[in-house]
Ligand binder design. Sequence first.
Ligand SMILES: [Zn+2]
Length: 676
Amino acid sequence: MLKRTRTPHALWRPAVLPWPAALPARALSTSARTDSTAGEAATSATPAPPATSAERPQPLTSNATLLSRFYAPTQRSTEVDTPLSLLQRGGYIRASASGVYTLLPAGLRVQRNIASTIARHMRAAGASQVQMPTLLPAAAWKKSGRWDGMGRELYRLKDRAGKDWLLAPTHEEEVTSLVSELALSAKALPVRVFQMTRKHRDEPRARAGLVRTREFLMKDLYTFDVDEAAASKTYEEVRKAYAAAFDELLGPGNWRAAEADTGAMGGQRSHEYQVDDPTGEDTILSCQSCSYAANEELAAALPTRQNPPSAADDVEVRLYGPTSLLPGATMTAIVGAKSRRLNETKLQRHLSADLRPLPLTSEEAWEWSDRPEGPLPAYEALHVVLDHECRGLEADEVGEALRAAALRYGSPPGTPAEALQDGPTLQELFPAQLQLGSDAPLEAVLPLQYADLRSVEEGDTCASCGSGQLRSTRTIEVGHTFQLGTRYSDALNATFTPSGDGPRVPYQMGCYGIGITRLLGILAAKAHERALQAGRTGFAWPLRLAPFRVLVIVDSAKEEALEAAHLVATRCGRRGLLLGQNQVSFADISVAIDDRSVRRGEKFADADLLGYPHIFVIGKHWEKTGEVEVRDRARGAAPGREETWYVRLGPLRLGPNAYVGPMTARPARQDGNAEQ
Ligand SMILES: [Zn+2]
């Protein structure tokens, strides 16, 4: 550290404020200096002769936010805090109704920081921001099939004329109409537009917290390309932009992209962006040896080698039939190992939409007294799909399992097991298809189709690398990307003229979401964890997310204390702060000054709740020495841990062209007399 002359405390008395004229020439120089001594220039000013009260200029102010005028209704509590309760008593959010929140100014500032980070990465990926309406007419949704397909999650309403409207949970239909009206030829493509809007979902499982809410802020990006190759390239570019955004917000290694089911959105491929959380609703299977990760809905693994099913008793058979049973129907049988779970999402992909599970119990409303023959005679053919795990099972064992399942379904309730054993053979049940009376072996007349139908479990072998073990983790989804193909452009007849003319073709689309409200909840939990690790309560926000990066606490009754706080704010904005080797830049950042007339303890307690990365204290130490205490919570050895420094402020008055260097701090460790 450089040895320097202590500025006498009397400097802060208005009577001896050094006016610009009194500053030495080098303090007024505008030439750029980079050496650390430059920062001291302003501090070496000689106090000016006493000024008369007539010369006393307006009190120094800055652009800093005064907490006396900032609405941040914090509350004290003796309860054990959760990230959610802390957001509420820290004055960030307030629950308006179940799954609906009001954002208060501090919460809004954090949300804006998250949103602007994401927007920056979207623009870097060549996307332009738009804003589509939240209130949408139902017409396009009826065309795309989602008015009915979305079921009860969609908020539907009628206007005074009785027309159907909805509160949009997503905007594929709207953006497709928008682009197809304006981008009519290949020359206008690609189009990439994104928005940040409030979305609505009639959430059956709205929970306390920001993860599953009825109204939420979401970033959604939509892309339109000329052909599939261009759409795939776009998809990869957006995935890269997502990786960069999540790395910045969550930190590398704190999120993962997993292959996912395209679900109700439809399309060709999709990825989910997941954050590990033991309370999460998703389960991700990830390989310990390679980069494979997938949602359990679709995760694939190699068949287990140990104890594969070898007899009819080792398998479970599920039967499916058409919704309305007419003579000549086909029965579908799904066969999986009893030791494993069948995966509902994978099953849905193998079953056409008009199939329903056939009850194997008496629950079906079959009038056995009127129709004692039962439902089986209506079925003419059998279609069998087995999970890969059943590959070693002999055809006769499969046949035995199918026969038992079919007979259970086709016999009146209460039929004893012995009667079933004496019942017809499988050939007798499906005589035409299975060539009753011929000697053909079962495998020759009943094709057995194999598919991946079971749920992958922890410890299974990765199908991607063939050797790694899969690990199961609970997660929360924060983003989702879909390569949609022509799912929406076909449905909405959204087409363009390809280059070189020819018939109009549908756009190749992609859609990409990030849940900002959800991220706010997740990032708050992380910021709380950082605070706990540092031995505090409240939050320890990283620099880019904090509601304010800098807080200046006025903890002195001295008349010029507030002016000193404004000087800190001004100097932070001009050249930042030197903490040892670290230059902390505060350019374009937000500074708050706690000028409230509340107890000192309350100011510090609220500072913990608002989670400022840097706190300056204009307090006792400043009164005695003219040095301001700096609590650095952003760059400590451990996340959120506090390091205390002291920094000498320059004179309050500087000319308009005065050179102001960074404030240079010295570590408090030297004399160890940090306040509080
Ligand atoms: Zn692997």
